[in-house]
Design a protein around this ligand. Structure first.
Ligand SMILES: NC(=O)c1ccc[n+]([C@@H]2O[C@H](COP(=O)([O-])OP(=O)(O)OC[C@H]3O[C@@H](n4cnc5c(N)ncnc54)[C@H](OP(=O)(O)O)[C@@H]3O)[C@@H](O)[C@H]2O)c1
Length: 373
């Protein structure tokens, strides 16, 4: 049996589902791949539980999952203790072949991820923030283990890092991009809808609902963040667009992504309640945009577009009959227009969020790295 040591950062929705799936699929991994995943350490923001020698057994993992689900902190758990240095945890718990998995939503993991790569360990990221930090950090996080010197750096997907779930969650968006790039196909344009929340809003607008009503409904249903501006501002979609653009070899920073949100910047000053109250002032503008789009055979979508050297995120008019135009509800969709996939683009569509589908994507990345040197 090939032992595959795992160190996990982040035991929120995705991290807990990942641990559950590791436990649930033990016999499948053993039978199908001869693999035994050993979870050496599990960390939340200020605590860690570790067993560098044998790994935490399934009973311990289930205890931690239940404890974290109930709102506990690992620093207070009998199996855990306080930690303030994730690189230190990698140092103590890591061993040859280890996969360090980032299921947090913070850039504070960057030093530990880089340290893991220096140790020749492998990394899997569900977290977009490290990959949307400086270009230099992106390069180091993604090209480790790619042999052939600088010339081979574009073949990042053959290295010791995976980040499939950072764009479109479990959908194979990064894998598809990498395959297109490595085949030498010329990717002319990537256009995608990468926010289920904003997709829900666009569908509501198209059905004739006022902007204020559809935002309030999405908020009530828990589709938006507690402050809906975190979704409406477009920054999360911009991070995904930057990851795709960098995947194409573009040297860009977050500041180079043109982001247009769905509300004017002066509404940033308001409290959440005041923002929700003020939403109707945007209704007429959106109604007008939707109506004039329909008159021209178009629909309004919130898209990320990577074309030429530019990366742009915001409300866009697309042909009603195009894959993006036909999209409705919370699904994600990405169109790759390339030399070989033109005029009809290569299209990937499906659920682009959800902790279980995301965790399954993370697990798939881990398994893919199992036998990578
Ligand atoms: N949820 C989805 O559908 C989805 C889809 C695609 C990608 N993702 C990405 O997956 C990641 C995890 O998402 P999630 O929904 O599981 O988030 P979450 O529920 O908010 O969990 C985040 C976890 O990270 C931990 N954390 C925060 N700061 C930390 C630090 N400095 N060191 C160590 N751990 C730290 C938190 O610790 P505490 O428990 O102590 O607070 C928590 O356990 C995010 O980057 C997200 O963007 C999520």
């Amino acid at each position: 049996m090939h032992e595959l040591p795992v160190i996990l950062f982040g035991v929120g929705g995705v991290g807990r589902s990942l641990l559950q799936q590791i436990v649930a699929h033990r016999s499948l991994h053993a039978l199908r791949y001869g693999l035994a995943l050993q979870v050496l350490a599990v960390c939340d923001r200020d605590g860690a539980a570790l067993d560098p020698s044998h790994g935490l057994d399934d009973e311990m993992l289930c205890q931690i999952i239940a404890y974290k689900s109930a709102g506990g902190r690992i620093s207070n758990h009998p199996l855990g203790g306080a930690q303030g240095d994730l690189a230190g945890i990698v140092d103590i718990a890591g061993r040859a072949g280890a996969v360090v998995v980032d299921c947090t939503a913070t850039s504070a993991t960057i030093p530990a991820l880089l340290f893991a790569l220096e140790r020749r360990y492998k990394i899997v990221m569900a977290n977009k923030k490290p990959l949307t930090s400086d270009q230099e950090v992106y390069d180091r996080l993604t090209a480790a283990g790619v042999t052939g010197g600088d010339d081979a750096a574009p073949m990042r997907h053959l290295g010791r890092s995976r980040w499939e779930t950072t764009v479109g969650a479990g959908l194979p968006v990064i894998a598809t991009l990498n395959r297109l790039v490595s085949s030498g196909d010329e990717v002319q344009r990537i256009a995608g809808a990468f926010s289920g929340t904003l997709g829900y809003l666009m569908t509501g607008l198209q059905a004739g609902q006022p902007f204020s009503a559809v935002v309030r409904e999405a908020h009530r249903l828990g589709y938006t963040e507690p402050d809906p501006r975190d979704d409406l501002g477009g920054v999360d979609v911009a991070r995904k667009a930057l990851i795709l653009a960098r995947g194409l070899g573009r040297q860009l920073e977050m500041g180079d992504v043109a982001v247009q949100g769905l509300y004017p910047p002066e509404m940033d000053e308001l409290s959440v309640d005041a923002f929700m109250q003020a939403l109707p002032c945007l209704d007429d503008s959106f109604r007008g945009q939707v109506q004039s789009a329909a008159a021209a055979g178009k629909v309004l979508r919130y898209t990320a577009q990577v074309a030429g050297g530019a990366c742009r995120v915001g409300p866009t008019l697309v042909d009603a009959g195009s894959p993006l135009g036909r999209l409705s509800g919370t699904d994600n969709l990405v169109e790759f227009t390339t030399h070989w996939y033109s005029p009809n683009p290569l299209v990937i569509q499906g659920r682009g969020a959800g902790v279980d589908a995301t965790a399954a994507g993370v697990l798939s990345d881990i398994i893919e790295l199992a036998y990578t040197a």
